[in-house]
Design a binder for this molecule. Structure first.
Ligand code: SF4
Ligand code: SF4
Length: 222
């Protein structure tokens, strides 16, 4: 009979549009109740470039990805509940507009799980989908095997996102495991620009230019 690990692996392995791994979250504020986080990075379904960019199109891509990742996380939750494994889907929203920090950092956990690195634009970059991913996380109290944390950037001398940002908020510095987001970009200004989308699309989100410029994401279409 399959172990719970195998059953989880089989379920997630049947989803071809994702990459996934597990992070040891002993570093997090949730460590009294949970030891691991299963992290899923779902690749965007539709491919758009900066040449054909428009807000409506990009918003649609993001909404599709959100819907899809929510469905997968709920399936995973049901599976964990079925086996009596304590679990929790952490909120993605930032606790306030001053610190701009979410209670559980999906991005940091994704790096800890070994799924990708942080690009010069302070976004998670994966080898398979570049930054064109929606992240999902579920915390659990179960000793499932973890991935190997990533500690360095593969951006190299690329400057595409720096050049693509219309507001020049990206500083052009390579991330490493000790970097703060302020080392990489003017986060407050980036947040201000992203917040302008609340008016037209009802929610704050990445404005897309720096994401769509990344060559790791452009490879998806080759
Ligand atoms: S999200 Fe927008 S403002 Fe922020 S770095 Fe990317 S392009 Fe610039
Ligand atoms: S566009 Fe280039 S510098 Fe920016 S995140 Fe992608 S690889 Fe890194």
């Amino acid at each position: 009979m399959d172990t719970v690990d195998k059953i989880i692996e089989k379920m997630i392995g049947s989803w071809p549009d994702i990459i996934w791994s597990v992070a040891d979250i002993s570093y997090s504020d949730f460590n009294a109740d949970f030891t691991r986080a299963i992290i899923i990075a779902l690749g965007y379904k539709d491919f758009i470039t900066n040449k054909e960019y428009n807000e409506e199109k990009y918003h649609h891509v993001l909404l599709e990805a959100k819907k899809s990742i929510d469905e997968r996380m709920n399936l995973l939750k049901k599976l964990l509940d079925h086996y009596g494994i304590k679990n929790f889907i952490p909120p993605t929203v930032q606790a306030d507009e001053i610190e701009l920090v979410a209670p559980f950092s999906f991005k940091y956990a994704t790096v800890q799980a070994g799924i990708g690195w942080i690009g010069k634009n302070d976004t998670l970059i994966t080898r398979k989908f570049g930054p064109r991913v929606r992240l999902g996380a579920i915390l659990l109290d179960y000793p499932i095997k973890c991935g190997n944390p990533v500690s360095k950037s593969l951006c190299g001398s690329c400057h595409a996102c720096v050049d693509a940002c219309p507001w020049k908020v990206i500083k052009g510095v390579n991330w490493n495991i000790s970097s703060n987001r302020e080392d990489l970009l003017d986060y407050q200004l980036c947040n201000k620009k992203r917040s302008e989308y609340i008016e037209c699309s009802g929610r704050k989100h990445n404005c897309g230019y720096c994401i769509l410029a990344c060559p790791w994401g452009l490879k998806m279409n080759i």
